[in-house]
Write a protein that binds this ligand. Sequence first.
Ligand code: ADP
Ligand code: ASP
Ligand code: MG
Length: 440
Amino acid sequence: MKVLKFGGTSVGSVENMSNVKTIINDGKKKIVVLSAMSGTTNHLVAIAQDVKNGYANEAVDKINRLHETYFVTIDNLLQNEPLNNLVKTYVSGIFNFLVECTYKSHSESLENQIVAQGELLSTFMFNSFLNQEGIKSALLPALDFMKIDEFKEPDIDYIRKNLKTVLEHTEDSDIYITQGFICLDNFGEISNLQRGGSDYTATIIGAALKAEEVQIWTDIDGMHNNDPRHVDNTNPISNLSFDEAAELAYFGAKILHPQTVTPVRLDNIPVRLKNTMDPEAHGTLISSKTSADGIKAIAAKDGITAIKIKSARMLQAHGFLKKVFEIFEMYQTSIDMITTSEVAVSLTIDDDRNLDKILPELEKIALIEVDKNQSIVCLVGHSIVDHQDTYKLFQILQDVKIRMISYGGSKNNISLLIDSKDKINTLQKLNDYLFELVTL
Ligand code: ADP
Ligand code: ASP
Ligand code: MG
């Protein structure tokens, strides 16, 4: 069985939903994971923010406007009157629930319930659309089997067991449709897999069922060699290893949720990235195979904080780094990059929620400097640290102010820390020279 995930744009219009219908209607058994229609989760986040700030009227306005746009989409999607009415009743139930949320006092749980509604809407609408088109499909409620544990990691044994039970109790169908992104937490409350989490849902399901393949269908023809939102002349990469894809996703390639390949790499389940608007395009195949050496792709992650920890003769004082790491561990903050010298260690974090607690602890043992608004630019490719062309990188970057560099941590990754304001320029320069568009 295959697992196919369709993102926000793929279910974002009637035309694209028709493309999805054609792609999945091949008579083979599959699980289809859907995101919310594009823009919906952003709206829900804004509504939750209004509720948090006590702006109930603004929240209700936003809810009513979104409700109207859904009714227009439903009229375009469903000409079958009973189905049209059924879906409108369901959708109104969700929007009424959202209005009720605006009367409640804010909590994280309320916020999670609000942002979860997008995937419930899209899956119900799309399943009804397939029924209208005479295609047999069944809904699998994600909240009946998707669960994260106390560390916010997928509880794979629970998921496998419950998904099996849900499948056994659902009428036999070729196409099973479920919600991406949403899950229960270890208290049984509604939670989610973080923004972009539908990709992760698909590979978690793929791993739970030992699927033959996971396909991520989106609005672009696969993983490009640089960020197409900021850089001109990027190209799709036809093959990536799990390691390469994991590095790119973790370091900011938005096409994949950072954890997407984690569940499937051990079982060697391939992940194929495909374009819903151009299904014939090859896309990207992520598998255990490694192909050509050298720099393959570049990604960048924003919102990074750099911390310099300075102490005289630090490296000779054994146990110093241990103390530093323990402080970050105590506040459950993971470190991305790290460089050391005799008198200082510099490191980066992307989650600065506990920074105000971490800094006083660090100040007890050293002098501290903090730089916010940094970006990690990550270059990925098989064995790039050994590759004959990698020296070019240093020539190219002679005009860019590099705050830190990480080389050799893995053979497949070189990371640079730069000020975020230099990011677009750096990405474009690297693209032009490394991918030989301009010769040095
Ligand atoms: P979906 O809603 O289908 O999950 P996303 O918006 O999450 O789609 O991801 C697809 C988008 O990721 C593309 O439209 C593209 O702008 C962006 N993107 C960023 N970096 C890359 C990259 N290296 N390769 C391809 N797409 C990328
Ligand atoms: N709808 C969620 C989001 O916008 C999950 C996803 O699209 O993958 O983040
Ligand atoms: Mg996405």
